[in-house]
Design a protein around this ligand. Structure first.
Ligand code: PRX
Length: 649
């Protein structure tokens, strides 16, 4: 019986960087990457200290790293302010009047904020926070639509040393309630409402429900976004614009210890009770600023668009801190990708001249499903670099993204990382790394990634195992808020001395990392351990399939049987014949052991709000059980009801 995860799919396509792209890029060649990576691993602290020197420190650190496994202190003794690095630092030169944020609301309005304007508004709001009793170290819960004020609120907290905890505007009252209790936030920043798919989402009302009976929250600051008629409770609720009139725009950034907490962000991944991931200031900023510069090959003239919401780590690291620390122009879009029609993204790219697009495989698969005619309607020639994050991007989706969106000319950076890692750890460097569809390729500088077996021994290339990181890095989480024991157990107990990511992966003959899925989701069929990503990828390789999720269900003979949930592309209909065809297709692509025992057609798959498939729920459905455990992160409850026993008959 094989202990390690097996792999049967092999990707042969390879895309070498174009000479034109390489010439202009930071590194220029694969050789340069390899050399610098090897050097950085010999002395990661030296590498990171070099990166830290690009930032503005109020006091230089005494020691780059103090490491007492599993607790790290980076740039210890140094003082820094994240808001100062993202704003004030750009005001002395030509960036002063450069657009920091170009925002588009879902109804279609646009606003541009230059660095100077963003700085001013951040200072004003920081003074509003102070006026409302917020002090250094206090937690502030932010529950906002994707409007510039969400970014301003984050930067204002950072400016005065308050710790923000952003809760995605699509989450329910229940989620806010849990996060308030865990974080101990006493002030909430919200808006009357936000827009999503043409609907007005009543954010303030959700906050009201969440804090009913909670006496700890003494202030709710409300930004007027949608002119919704809302209830303002006397003595507790205040309007952002009225408060802003009562303060001035003078608010010097507070120098903070490098290890001062910057934010808490709750993640449940796709399982279990949300954990408050704690990130601190100096190391986080070094990690995000450095990866943004290298991986997105950022240039002064770029129009950079990361489509994530500020409610996720991607929004924190690559919408706010990383790009702003680099003085980039960032696009912010409030609404849904298919509102009013499925070409909204492509319209924005064409109109604003976006050069870098960073989005998620779940969105890419949705665009594929909606049809090629939508991107084809628009001129996407301004794009020069594409990025992907959040899940394995299956080769079919990669190729579609490459051809249809990137016009065959844009490198794709498939970036692997986690809420916990704070910044990208595994990714190609554009212009340097040859790309293969479906792999995040190789580790970033200073990152010692490896694949190990159950005993912690590195496995040979070609074999699957657990993905671990063997050396600390600056943007790593410091702990789970209020629960050191859980931090140790969750990340540092599985493989001695290493950070355990929870992901299964393998390396190919070139050493490239292929994520095969979460270790908890690995299938065990007749003694063969298979990652979910491969089987799903084989299914999506069939022309009728838009998206697939594969789970195991108990099987007396094989240990586990394979159940595939499949959504079809427009123009294809479910039928028992198609189910059979798909089973055969997987059998041919991977081998008979991976053949799904059951194929179930679904209109949609249950996903988290950030677009990850919740395989935990599908497992329960596949085994005919009741849905249990935390479902507060589920995007659309009606999906569960529709996922009956649909085999296309
Ligand atoms: O399983 C990996 C998957 O997403 C997990 C982290 O999720 P989260 O904390 O929500 O952060 C998402 C944004 C960084 C990982 O453990 N994942 C993320 N990026 C990739 C990926 N899987 C494969 N390829 C990726 N590029």
């Amino acid at each position: 019986m094989s202990e390690n995860i097996e792999s049967h799919l092999e990707e042969k396509r390879i895309f070498k960087p174009s000479a034109a792209f390489s010439k202009k890029s930071a590194l220029g060649s694969f050789k340069a990457y390899k050399k610098l990576h090897a050097k950085s691993l010999k002395n990661p602290e030296k590498f990171w200290a070099g990166e830290a020197s690009h930032l503005l420190w109020r006091r230089k650190w005494k020691k780059v790293l103090r490491w007492k496994l599993p607790f790290s202190r980076w740039f210890d003794g140094g003082q820094i302010n994240a808001s100062e690095n993202c704003l004030d630092r750009h005001l002395d030169g030509p960036r002063r009047n450069k657009a920091a944020i170009i925002w588009e609301g879902e109804p279609g309005e646009r606003r541009t904020l230059t660095y100077q304007q963003l700085h001013r508004q951040t200072c004003v709001f920081a003074n509003v926070l102070k006026r409302n009793g917020v002090k250094k170290g206090d937690r502030v819960l932010i529950y906002m639509p994707l409007v510039p004020e969400a970014v301003i609120a984050m930067l204002a907290c950072a400016r005065i040393g308050a710790v923000h905890t952003v809760v995605f505007g699509g989450f329910s009252s229940e989620s806010i309630k849990d996060r308030l209790a865990d974080s101990g936030a006493k002030v909430v920043v919200t808006a009357d409402a936000g827009y999503r798919r043409g609907q007005v989402v009543p954010l303030k009302q959700n906050v009201d429900h969440a804090i009913e009976g909670n006496t700890a929250v003494h202030r709710v600051i409300v930004h007027r976004r949608a002119n919704l008629d809302i209830h303002m409770r006397d003595g507790r609720d205040v309007w952002w614009h009225q408060e802003a009139d009562a303060v001035d725009a003078n608010c010097p950034p507070v120098p903070l210890d490098s290890e001062h907490p910057l934010f808490i962000l709750y993640t449940s991944g796709s399982t279990g009770k949300p954990k408050g991931i704690l990130h601190t200031t100096g190391g986080y900023l070094v990690g995000t600023a450095s990866t943004t510069r290298y991986i997105f090959d950022l240039r002064e003239e770029d129009i950079y668009w990361c489509t994530a919401d500020v409610g996720w780590i991607t929004g924190h690291s690559y919408l706010v801190y990383g790009p702003l620390a680099n003085g980039a122009t960032c696009v912010l879009y409030e609404g849904a990708p298919n509102w009013p029609e499925p070409d909204r993204f492509w319209k924005i790219i064409a109109e604003l001249g976006v050069t870098i697009l960073y989005t998620a495989p779940t969105a890419i698969r949705a665009f594929m499903k909606w049809g090629d005619e939508w991107p084809k309607k628009h001129d996407l020639s301004s794009l020069r670099l594409l990025g992907s994050v959040g899940e394995p991007i299956n080769p079919e989706a990669w190729m579609w993204y490459h051809k249809l969106i990137g016009g065959g000319r844009c490198p794709i950076v498939d970036t692997w990382w986690q809420t916990e890692t704070g910044a990208i750890l595994i990714s190609p460097l554009p212009g340097a790394t040859p790309l293969k569809p479906g792999t995040a390729t190789l580790p970033f500088f200073g990152i010692d990634a490896a694949i190990v077996d159950d005993k912690g021994r590195e496995v040979p290339h070609g074999e699957g195992g657990k993905l671990v990181i063997r050396k600390p890095w600056p943007s790593m989480l410091r702990t789970i808020h209020g629960d050191k024991a859980r931090y140790k157990k969750q990340y540092w107990s599985e493989v001695k001395g290493s950070y355990f990511t929870g992901d299964g992966a393998r390396r190919d003959k070139d050493g490239y990392f292929w994520i095969v899925g979460r270790i908890d989701d690995v299938l065990n069929v007749a003694g063969h351990r298979l990652g979910t990503a491969e089987v799903e990828s084989a299914l999506v390789g069939h022309p009728s399939v838009a998206e697939a999720a594969v789970v195991g269900k108990p099987d007396e003979i094989k240990g586990q049987g394979v159940v595939a949930f499949v959504t079809l592309r427009e123009g294809h209909a479910a039928s028992p014949e198609l189910a059979d065809q798909l089973r055969r297709h997987v059998g041919q692509a991977i081998g008979p052991i991976a053949k799904p025992d059951e194929v179930r057609f679904a209109e949609a798959l249950p996903k988290t709000r950030s677009g990850k498939i919740m395989r935990r729920l599908l497992k329960q459905i596949a085994s005919g059980g009741q849905i249990s455990g935390d479902t507060t992160t589920l995007e659309d409850f009606s999906v569960l009801a529709r996922l009956g026993n649909n085999t296309g008959e």
